[in-house]
Ligand binder design. Sequence first.
Ligand code: PMP
Ligand code: GLN
Length: 380
Amino acid sequence: PVTKLPKIGTTIFTVMSQLAAKHGAVNLGQGFPDFPVPERLVAALESAMRAGHNQYAMMTGVPALRQAIADKTADCYGWRPDVDSEITVTSGASEAIFDAIHAVVHAGEEVIVLDPCYDCYEPAIDLAGARAVHVSLDPVTFAPDWEKVRAAITPKTRMLMINSPHNPSGAMFSAADMQAVADLLRGTDIYLLSDEVYEHIVFDGVRHESALYYPELRERAFVISSFGKTYHCTGWKVGYCIAPPALSAEFRKVHQYNTFCTFTPAQFAFAEMIVAEPDHYRELGAFYQAKRDRFRAQLEGTKLKPLPVPGGYFQLVDYSDVSDLDDLEFSRWLTTEHGVAGIPLSPFYAQPSAGQRLLRLCFAKSDTTLNQAIDRLSKL
Ligand code: PMP
Ligand code: GLN
């Protein structure tokens, strides 16, 4: 058949989750918490349904939720987006990423992505008839080389996509990186898509460098986040996009014909949760830092070498002391033979580096799950 994404298969997250289930492996692959969502959120969801909030929400999002997002943004980044013209609630960050690309990127144009990058970026670019231009991050530190990015800019470049804290590495952009982005984009008509879904999962007192801190970036940016990460409910699929009024207007043209609106009861629940328990997002970094530290200490007793994790909920490990298999083979072997599933890094690259021996392990898990995984990993 004549199709549009002939080279795309099933995502690595689905593949590894299915393999983990088949072999009864501890699943540290696909990124999702295995502990409960906050009790208030569940109660608020139920109340919203019982109160009759079960029909289409406003296309842009339930007003109370947009208000709560504006307040939370002001609380975190010292700048308040306009509730009506700059915030759009979406069905997860995935929908927001798709909408932003389709709102502004034309067929034949180019979008710069930094490899390794999250797997939904390139297919969305392809479907717009545009081309993803891949610039590699440093293979060890996952830091960007802004001169390489500058060299990749052409008259066709319409968008630069960035992601900090970064999936899969956990690396974070510094203030100098954000300044470099501003310098690169100044005087161009290139838009910025800043994927900030792990914005609250940052460690060691280091500040998350949101694009929203920088007026020069804000005026050309789609800043995207996800309640799935912040409130331990990846399956609820609610996210949002903050963009200047003119960009939000274009974004909404895609959103309104893509999903039109997002699951109404959850929007009421998040609105209540954000206002009633601001400490949840303020303390999320400390919550995950404890998990990270415990997991890393446990990994010391294995042959896997942990890389630094400044943010996010993934731990990269170097497995070269265990095996010389490539990462796709190694992750399969580890799942089937040792009962622990992780995610190989090569699917995050256009051109994976041949010698890389890294596996991504998700530590958004209960101590019991992590203990069980470590028990198995220590036998390698
Ligand atoms: N971007 C990144 C970097 C992610 O890790 C994820 C979730 N895995 C998403 C976007 C998509 O988020 P959502 O589940 O809200 O669609
Ligand atoms: N974002 C999740 C991860 O990186 C996966 C989401 C998905 O399965 N599409 O693990």
